[in-house]
Unconditional design. Structure first.
Ligand code: NI
Length: 131
């Protein structure tokens, strides 16, 4: 999709996502990736040492838990999680989001677990190691 010479429809891109908590890169602006993801349930608590990340809700409701409280995002709303701040995204019902993240941002930051989706998989590149 990157580099294609046509408009990208966010709703259509989300419709192609089949797995929860598996961000897919749909574009790039300089050193930032534009991603779409479907969320349901919760991810894990983590922080990103050097990178802010933006969450924007397309449909559903996203709660981002922080150690000092929660932020609730409705469709059309976005929030930038500052670097080094521990957070945990939670979606009680299915939610579709756009993420803007630096190309080097690790999915689950400082916490590498079986839930962590490597960037190659986010780019749609199949590697044995990514499974
Ligand atoms: Ni994060």
């Amino acid at each position: 999709m990157i580099g294609s010479n046509s408009a990208l429809n966010i709703q259509a891109a989300l419709a192609q996502v089949s797995d929860y908590w598996s961000p897919q890169v749909v574009g790039q602006v300089n050193n930032q990736y534009i991603k779409v993801a479907k969320l349901k349930g919760e991810l894990i608590w983590h922080a990103h040492a050097d990178d802010d990340e933006m969450f924007m809700v397309v449909y559903g409701t996203l709660k981002i838990q922080f150690e000092d409280g929660d932020v609730l995002l409705q469709p059309g709303e976005f929030f930038v999680v500052p670097k080094q701040v521990r957070h945990n995204p939670v979606a009680e019902q299915e939610c579709g989001i756009v993420l803007i993240e630096t190309v080097t941002t690790q999915h689950t930051g400082d916490e590498q677990t079986s839930r962590t989706v490597p960037i190659a998989k986010q780019l749609g590149r199949h590697t044995a190691a990514a499974d």
